[in-house]
Ligand binder design. Structure first.
Ligand code: NAP
Length: 344
Protein backbone atom coordinates (compact mmCIF):
# COMPACT_ATOMS: atom_id res chain seq x y z
CA UNK A 1 0.00 0.00 0.00
CA UNK A 2 1.29 3.48 -0.73
CA UNK A 3 -1.29 4.94 1.67
CA UNK A 4 -0.11 6.10 5.08
CA UNK A 5 -1.56 6.39 8.55
CA UNK A 6 -2.49 9.96 9.55
CA UNK A 7 -3.46 11.68 12.78
CA UNK A 8 -6.86 10.64 14.19
CA UNK A 9 -9.89 12.41 12.73
CA UNK A 10 -11.62 14.67 15.24
CA UNK A 11 -14.90 14.41 13.28
CA UNK A 12 -14.77 10.62 13.27
CA UNK A 13 -13.88 10.50 16.94
CA UNK A 14 -16.78 12.85 17.70
CA UNK A 15 -19.29 10.68 15.87
CA UNK A 16 -17.91 7.61 17.62
CA UNK A 17 -18.53 9.29 20.94
CA UNK A 18 -22.04 10.54 20.09
CA UNK A 19 -25.07 8.23 20.09
CA UNK A 20 -26.34 9.36 16.66
CA UNK A 21 -25.18 7.32 13.68
CA UNK A 22 -22.43 9.14 11.80
CA UNK A 23 -23.43 10.82 8.57
CA UNK A 24 -21.60 10.41 5.27
CA UNK A 25 -22.06 12.68 2.26
CA UNK A 26 -21.94 10.29 -0.70
CA UNK A 27 -21.44 12.00 -4.07
CA UNK A 28 -22.41 9.75 -6.96
CA UNK A 29 -24.76 7.71 -4.77
CA UNK A 30 -26.95 6.97 -7.80
CA UNK A 31 -24.10 5.41 -9.80
CA UNK A 32 -22.95 1.82 -10.09
CA UNK A 33 -20.20 2.02 -7.47
CA UNK A 34 -22.01 4.69 -5.42
CA UNK A 35 -25.15 2.55 -4.97
CA UNK A 36 -23.09 -0.30 -3.59
CA UNK A 37 -21.14 2.03 -1.32
CA UNK A 38 -24.43 3.44 0.01
CA UNK A 39 -25.59 -0.09 0.91
CA UNK A 40 -22.26 -0.95 2.55
CA UNK A 41 -22.26 2.29 4.56
CA UNK A 42 -25.79 1.69 5.80
CA UNK A 43 -24.92 -1.89 6.69
CA UNK A 44 -22.01 -0.50 8.74
CA UNK A 45 -24.36 1.85 10.63
CA UNK A 46 -23.94 5.08 8.68
CA UNK A 47 -26.58 7.54 7.62
CA UNK A 48 -26.10 8.43 3.98
CA UNK A 49 -26.71 11.83 2.44
CA UNK A 50 -26.70 11.25 -1.33
CA UNK A 51 -25.53 13.88 -3.77
CA UNK A 52 -26.03 13.65 -7.50
CA UNK A 53 -28.19 15.30 -10.11
CA UNK A 54 -31.02 13.01 -8.93
CA UNK A 55 -30.75 13.74 -5.21
CA UNK A 56 -32.82 16.25 -3.29
CA UNK A 57 -31.46 18.85 -3.47
CA UNK A 58 -29.89 18.06 -6.84
CA UNK A 59 -26.14 18.54 -7.00
CA UNK A 60 -24.68 19.18 -10.44
CA UNK A 61 -20.89 18.98 -10.65
CA UNK A 62 -20.87 21.32 -13.63
CA UNK A 63 -22.10 24.04 -11.26
CA UNK A 64 -20.69 23.04 -7.85
CA UNK A 65 -17.18 24.28 -8.60
CA UNK A 66 -16.74 26.65 -5.63
CA UNK A 67 -16.17 25.59 -2.03
CA UNK A 68 -19.18 27.69 -0.99
CA UNK A 69 -21.43 25.46 -3.14
CA UNK A 70 -20.53 22.53 -0.88
CA UNK A 71 -20.71 24.05 2.59
CA UNK A 72 -24.46 23.40 3.19
CA UNK A 73 -24.13 19.78 2.10
CA UNK A 74 -21.37 19.15 4.63
CA UNK A 75 -23.40 20.11 7.70
CA UNK A 76 -23.29 17.28 10.24
CA UNK A 77 -21.15 15.04 8.02
CA UNK A 78 -18.30 12.98 9.49
CA UNK A 79 -17.06 11.67 6.15
CA UNK A 80 -17.32 12.45 2.45
CA UNK A 81 -17.07 9.95 -0.37
CA UNK A 82 -16.75 11.05 -3.97
CA UNK A 83 -17.81 8.43 -6.53
CA UNK A 84 -18.75 10.77 -9.39
CA UNK A 85 -17.13 10.20 -12.76
CA UNK A 86 -17.70 9.79 -16.48
CA UNK A 87 -15.89 7.90 -19.21
CA UNK A 88 -16.67 10.48 -21.89
CA UNK A 89 -15.82 14.12 -22.10
CA UNK A 90 -18.88 15.99 -23.38
CA UNK A 91 -20.35 19.44 -23.34
CA UNK A 92 -23.12 18.26 -20.99
CA UNK A 93 -20.69 16.44 -18.66
CA UNK A 94 -17.22 17.99 -19.06
CA UNK A 95 -14.50 15.99 -17.35
CA UNK A 96 -12.70 19.13 -16.23
CA UNK A 97 -15.69 20.05 -14.04
CA UNK A 98 -16.76 16.53 -13.03
CA UNK A 99 -13.36 15.00 -12.29
CA UNK A 100 -11.37 18.03 -11.20
CA UNK A 101 -13.05 21.40 -10.54
CA UNK A 102 -16.03 20.18 -8.48
CA UNK A 103 -14.08 17.57 -6.47
CA UNK A 104 -11.33 20.11 -5.74
CA UNK A 105 -13.96 22.58 -4.51
CA UNK A 106 -15.51 19.80 -2.41
CA UNK A 107 -12.13 18.94 -0.85
CA UNK A 108 -11.45 22.61 -0.06
CA UNK A 109 -14.89 22.88 1.55
CA UNK A 110 -14.19 19.76 3.63
CA UNK A 111 -10.90 21.23 4.82
CA UNK A 112 -12.57 24.54 5.70
CA UNK A 113 -15.48 22.81 7.51
CA UNK A 114 -13.41 20.32 9.50
CA UNK A 115 -14.83 17.26 7.73
CA UNK A 116 -11.49 15.50 7.66
CA UNK A 117 -12.30 12.06 6.30
CA UNK A 118 -12.54 12.17 2.50
CA UNK A 119 -12.52 9.08 0.30
CA UNK A 120 -12.17 9.73 -3.39
CA UNK A 121 -12.80 7.06 -6.03
CA UNK A 122 -10.17 7.59 -8.69
CA UNK A 123 -8.96 4.95 -11.15
CA UNK A 124 -5.99 2.70 -11.82
CA UNK A 125 -3.84 3.31 -14.89
CA UNK A 126 -3.95 7.11 -14.98
CA UNK A 127 -0.19 7.53 -14.41
CA UNK A 128 2.72 7.10 -16.79
CA UNK A 129 3.63 8.73 -20.05
CA UNK A 130 1.68 6.66 -22.59
CA UNK A 131 -1.49 7.65 -24.47
CA UNK A 132 -3.67 6.45 -21.57
CA UNK A 133 -2.10 8.94 -19.16
CA UNK A 134 -2.62 11.75 -21.69
CA UNK A 135 -6.38 11.17 -22.01
CA UNK A 136 -8.64 13.85 -20.52
CA UNK A 137 -9.92 11.09 -18.21
CA UNK A 138 -6.47 10.47 -16.69
CA UNK A 139 -5.40 14.12 -16.66
CA UNK A 140 -8.52 15.34 -14.83
CA UNK A 141 -8.54 12.39 -12.42
CA UNK A 142 -4.93 13.18 -11.46
CA UNK A 143 -5.86 16.83 -10.76
CA UNK A 144 -8.39 15.83 -8.10
CA UNK A 145 -6.00 13.31 -6.56
CA UNK A 146 -3.25 15.92 -6.38
CA UNK A 147 -5.47 18.44 -4.58
CA UNK A 148 -6.70 15.82 -2.11
CA UNK A 149 -3.17 14.66 -1.37
CA UNK A 150 -1.90 18.24 -1.02
CA UNK A 151 -4.61 19.11 1.52
CA UNK A 152 -3.81 15.88 3.36
CA UNK A 153 -0.08 16.63 3.35
CA UNK A 154 -0.89 20.07 4.81
CA UNK A 155 -2.69 18.29 7.68
CA UNK A 156 -6.07 19.77 6.70
CA UNK A 157 -7.71 16.49 5.64
CA UNK A 158 -7.43 12.74 6.13
CA UNK A 159 -7.88 12.09 2.43
CA UNK A 160 -7.48 8.82 0.60
CA UNK A 161 -7.71 8.37 -3.16
CA UNK A 162 -8.64 4.84 -4.18
CA UNK A 163 -7.57 3.62 -7.58
CA UNK A 164 -9.65 0.57 -8.44
CA UNK A 165 -8.97 -1.65 -11.41
CA UNK A 166 -11.93 -2.83 -13.51
CA UNK A 167 -14.99 -3.26 -11.25
CA UNK A 168 -17.46 -6.13 -11.67
CA UNK A 169 -21.03 -6.11 -10.37
CA UNK A 170 -24.75 -5.61 -10.92
CA UNK A 171 -25.44 -2.35 -12.75
CA UNK A 172 -21.93 -1.73 -14.07
CA UNK A 173 -21.75 -0.60 -17.69
CA UNK A 174 -18.54 -2.53 -18.41
CA UNK A 175 -19.90 -5.61 -16.59
CA UNK A 176 -22.96 -5.51 -18.86
CA UNK A 177 -20.73 -5.31 -21.93
CA UNK A 178 -18.46 -8.18 -20.83
CA UNK A 179 -21.40 -10.39 -19.89
CA UNK A 180 -22.94 -9.74 -23.30
CA UNK A 181 -19.63 -10.66 -24.97
CA UNK A 182 -19.39 -13.77 -22.77
CA UNK A 183 -22.59 -15.07 -24.36
CA UNK A 184 -21.17 -15.00 -27.89
CA UNK A 185 -19.62 -18.17 -29.36
CA UNK A 186 -16.96 -16.08 -31.15
CA UNK A 187 -14.94 -13.51 -29.23
CA UNK A 188 -13.65 -10.85 -31.63
CA UNK A 189 -11.62 -8.39 -29.56
CA UNK A 190 -8.91 -5.76 -30.05
CA UNK A 191 -5.41 -7.24 -30.03
CA UNK A 192 -4.62 -5.50 -26.73
CA UNK A 193 -7.39 -7.55 -25.08
CA UNK A 194 -5.12 -10.58 -25.56
CA UNK A 195 -1.97 -8.93 -24.20
CA UNK A 196 -2.70 -6.16 -21.67
CA UNK A 197 -3.90 -7.41 -18.30
CA UNK A 198 -6.72 -6.23 -16.04
CA UNK A 199 -7.30 -7.25 -12.45
CA UNK A 200 -11.05 -7.12 -11.86
CA UNK A 201 -12.45 -6.65 -8.38
CA UNK A 202 -16.01 -7.17 -7.17
CA UNK A 203 -18.02 -4.04 -6.47
CA UNK A 204 -19.23 -5.47 -3.16
CA UNK A 205 -15.59 -5.84 -2.04
CA UNK A 206 -14.81 -2.29 -3.11
CA UNK A 207 -17.90 -0.95 -1.31
CA UNK A 208 -17.08 -2.82 1.88
CA UNK A 209 -13.51 -1.51 1.74
CA UNK A 210 -14.83 2.06 1.40
CA UNK A 211 -17.16 1.60 4.38
CA UNK A 212 -14.26 0.29 6.45
CA UNK A 213 -12.06 3.19 5.44
CA UNK A 214 -14.84 5.66 6.27
CA UNK A 215 -15.31 4.13 9.71
CA UNK A 216 -11.69 4.23 10.73
CA UNK A 217 -10.73 5.26 13.31
CA UNK A 218 -14.26 5.74 14.69
CA UNK A 219 -14.89 2.00 14.64
CA UNK A 220 -11.81 1.17 16.63
CA UNK A 221 -12.50 3.64 19.49
CA UNK A 222 -8.75 3.67 20.02
CA UNK A 223 -7.26 7.06 20.85
CA UNK A 224 -4.20 6.38 18.73
CA UNK A 225 -6.04 4.85 15.76
CA UNK A 226 -4.90 6.47 12.54
CA UNK A 227 -6.90 6.47 9.31
CA UNK A 228 -5.17 5.43 6.12
CA UNK A 229 -4.44 8.36 3.84
CA UNK A 230 -2.75 8.86 0.48
CA UNK A 231 -3.06 6.84 -2.70
CA UNK A 232 -4.24 3.27 -2.59
CA UNK A 233 -4.44 0.98 -5.61
CA UNK A 234 -7.14 -1.66 -5.33
CA UNK A 235 -7.16 -4.72 -7.56
CA UNK A 236 -8.69 -8.17 -7.43
CA UNK A 237 -6.71 -11.32 -6.70
CA UNK A 238 -6.00 -12.36 -10.30
CA UNK A 239 -4.38 -10.42 -13.14
CA UNK A 240 -5.63 -11.73 -16.49
CA UNK A 241 -6.09 -10.49 -20.01
CA UNK A 242 -9.50 -9.08 -20.90
CA UNK A 243 -10.01 -12.01 -23.26
CA UNK A 244 -9.26 -14.50 -20.44
CA UNK A 245 -11.58 -12.56 -18.13
CA UNK A 246 -14.47 -12.83 -20.59
CA UNK A 247 -13.73 -16.54 -21.12
CA UNK A 248 -13.78 -16.87 -17.32
CA UNK A 249 -17.22 -15.25 -17.11
CA UNK A 250 -18.34 -17.58 -19.88
CA UNK A 251 -17.01 -20.67 -18.07
CA UNK A 252 -18.81 -19.57 -14.88
CA UNK A 253 -22.06 -19.68 -16.86
CA UNK A 254 -21.31 -23.26 -17.90
CA UNK A 255 -20.43 -22.34 -21.50
CA UNK A 256 -17.54 -23.90 -23.43
CA UNK A 257 -14.62 -21.62 -24.41
CA UNK A 258 -15.49 -19.21 -27.22
CA UNK A 259 -13.45 -19.10 -30.41
CA UNK A 260 -11.23 -16.04 -29.96
CA UNK A 261 -9.87 -13.78 -32.68
CA UNK A 262 -7.92 -10.54 -32.57
CA UNK A 263 -9.36 -7.69 -34.64
CA UNK A 264 -7.01 -5.82 -36.98
CA UNK A 265 -5.89 -2.46 -35.59
CA UNK A 266 -7.89 -0.45 -38.18
CA UNK A 267 -11.14 -2.21 -37.23
CA UNK A 268 -10.38 -1.76 -33.52
CA UNK A 269 -9.85 1.98 -34.02
CA UNK A 270 -13.00 2.26 -36.12
CA UNK A 271 -15.09 0.40 -33.53
CA UNK A 272 -13.74 2.68 -30.77
CA UNK A 273 -14.65 5.74 -32.88
CA UNK A 274 -18.11 4.26 -33.37
CA UNK A 275 -18.29 3.88 -29.58
CA UNK A 276 -17.35 7.56 -29.26
CA UNK A 277 -20.57 8.39 -31.07
CA UNK A 278 -22.70 6.24 -28.73
CA UNK A 279 -22.92 8.22 -25.47
CA UNK A 280 -23.73 5.26 -23.22
CA UNK A 281 -21.27 2.71 -24.61
CA UNK A 282 -18.31 2.03 -22.29
CA UNK A 283 -16.28 1.20 -25.43
CA UNK A 284 -14.66 4.31 -26.95
CA UNK A 285 -11.25 5.66 -27.95
CA UNK A 286 -10.46 6.57 -24.37
CA UNK A 287 -11.26 3.08 -23.04
CA UNK A 288 -9.13 1.60 -25.86
CA UNK A 289 -6.15 3.68 -24.63
CA UNK A 290 -6.81 2.74 -21.01
CA UNK A 291 -7.19 -0.95 -21.85
CA UNK A 292 -4.01 -0.97 -23.96
CA UNK A 293 -2.03 0.36 -20.98
CA UNK A 294 -3.09 -2.49 -18.69
CA UNK A 295 -4.74 -2.16 -15.32
CA UNK A 296 -2.95 -4.20 -12.68
CA UNK A 297 -1.73 -3.61 -9.12
CA UNK A 298 -0.70 -5.51 -6.02
CA UNK A 299 -3.53 -7.83 -4.93
CA UNK A 300 -2.53 -7.39 -1.26
CA UNK A 301 -4.32 -4.14 -0.37
CA UNK A 302 -7.92 -5.31 -0.79
CA UNK A 303 -7.80 -8.41 1.47
CA UNK A 304 -5.81 -6.39 3.99
CA UNK A 305 -8.64 -3.85 4.17
CA UNK A 306 -11.40 -6.45 4.16
CA UNK A 307 -9.81 -8.85 6.64
CA UNK A 308 -10.72 -11.70 4.27
CA UNK A 309 -9.78 -12.84 0.77
CA UNK A 310 -11.17 -10.71 -2.06
CA UNK A 311 -13.64 -12.33 -4.46
CA UNK A 312 -11.90 -14.02 -7.41
CA UNK A 313 -13.24 -13.62 -10.98
CA UNK A 314 -14.13 -17.33 -11.02
CA UNK A 315 -16.56 -16.61 -8.14
CA UNK A 316 -18.13 -13.43 -9.58
CA UNK A 317 -21.13 -15.03 -11.31
CA UNK A 318 -21.95 -17.31 -8.40
CA UNK A 319 -21.70 -14.45 -5.89
CA UNK A 320 -23.87 -12.24 -8.10
CA UNK A 321 -26.55 -14.93 -8.39
CA UNK A 322 -26.48 -15.60 -4.64
CA UNK A 323 -26.79 -11.89 -3.87
CA UNK A 324 -29.69 -11.51 -6.30
CA UNK A 325 -31.50 -14.45 -4.73
CA UNK A 326 -31.00 -13.13 -1.22
CA UNK A 327 -31.83 -9.57 -2.30
CA UNK A 328 -28.50 -8.68 -0.72
CA UNK A 329 -27.59 -5.01 -0.23
CA UNK A 330 -25.37 -5.04 -3.29
CA UNK A 331 -28.29 -5.60 -5.64
CA UNK A 332 -31.00 -3.46 -4.04
CA UNK A 333 -32.70 -1.03 -6.36
CA UNK A 334 -31.58 2.61 -6.16
CA UNK A 335 -33.82 4.89 -4.13
CA UNK A 336 -33.99 7.79 -6.58
CA UNK A 337 -31.10 9.40 -4.77
CA UNK A 338 -33.23 10.11 -1.68
CA UNK A 339 -32.08 8.92 1.71
CA UNK A 340 -32.32 9.34 5.44
CA UNK A 341 -29.55 11.93 5.51
CA UNK A 342 -31.12 14.55 3.23
CA UNK A 343 -29.29 17.83 3.03
CA UNK A 344 -30.33 20.48 5.55
N1 NAP B 1 -16.85 1.09 -13.05
C1 NAP B 1 -15.56 0.78 -13.06
O1 NAP B 1 -15.13 -0.31 -13.50
C2 NAP B 1 -14.55 1.78 -12.52
C3 NAP B 1 -13.21 1.40 -12.40
C4 NAP B 1 -12.29 2.30 -11.89
C5 NAP B 1 -12.70 3.56 -11.49
N2 NAP B 1 -14.00 3.92 -11.61
C6 NAP B 1 -14.40 5.27 -11.19
O2 NAP B 1 -15.41 5.19 -10.21
C7 NAP B 1 -16.29 6.32 -10.31
C8 NAP B 1 -17.73 5.84 -10.38
O3 NAP B 1 -17.86 5.00 -11.52
P1 NAP B 1 -19.23 4.24 -11.83
O4 NAP B 1 -18.87 3.07 -12.66
O5 NAP B 1 -20.02 4.07 -10.58
O6 NAP B 1 -19.95 5.32 -12.77
P2 NAP B 1 -21.52 5.57 -13.02
O7 NAP B 1 -22.31 4.36 -12.74
O8 NAP B 1 -21.63 6.16 -14.37
O9 NAP B 1 -21.90 6.66 -11.94
C9 NAP B 1 -21.49 7.98 -12.09
C10 NAP B 1 -22.08 8.83 -10.99
O10 NAP B 1 -21.70 10.19 -11.29
C11 NAP B 1 -22.87 11.00 -11.17
N3 NAP B 1 -22.81 12.14 -12.07
C12 NAP B 1 -22.64 12.14 -13.42
N4 NAP B 1 -22.69 13.39 -13.89
C13 NAP B 1 -22.88 14.21 -12.81
C14 NAP B 1 -23.00 15.62 -12.64
N5 NAP B 1 -22.96 16.47 -13.67
N6 NAP B 1 -23.19 16.09 -11.40
C15 NAP B 1 -23.27 15.27 -10.32
N7 NAP B 1 -23.15 13.92 -10.43
C16 NAP B 1 -22.96 13.41 -11.65
C17 NAP B 1 -24.02 10.10 -11.57
O11 NAP B 1 -25.21 10.56 -10.97
P3 NAP B 1 -26.44 11.22 -11.77
O12 NAP B 1 -26.38 10.74 -13.18
O13 NAP B 1 -27.61 10.74 -10.97
O14 NAP B 1 -26.20 12.67 -11.61
C18 NAP B 1 -23.60 8.79 -10.92
O15 NAP B 1 -24.02 8.78 -9.57
C19 NAP B 1 -15.83 7.09 -11.56
O16 NAP B 1 -15.04 8.17 -11.14
C20 NAP B 1 -15.00 6.09 -12.33
O17 NAP B 1 -14.00 6.72 -13.07
C21 NAP B 1 -14.94 3.06 -12.11
Amino acid sequence: MSAQAATPSAASAASAASAAPPLALLCGASGFIGRHIACALRAAGWQVRPASRRSAPAVDYTRATHASDWQPLLQGASAVINAVGVLRDSRARPMQALHADAPCALFEACAASGVRRVIHISALGIDGDGPAARTPYARTKRQAEERLLALTAQGRLDGIALRPSLVFGAGGASTRLFLALARLPVLALPRCAFTARVQPLAVWDLAEAVARLAASPAASHAANARPLTGLLELAGPQPLTLAAYIQQLRASQGRPPARALALPACITRASARLGDALPFSPWCTQSLHLLSAGNVASPAALPELLGRPATAPAQFMQALAAAAQADAPGVRKPQNGRDEGGAP
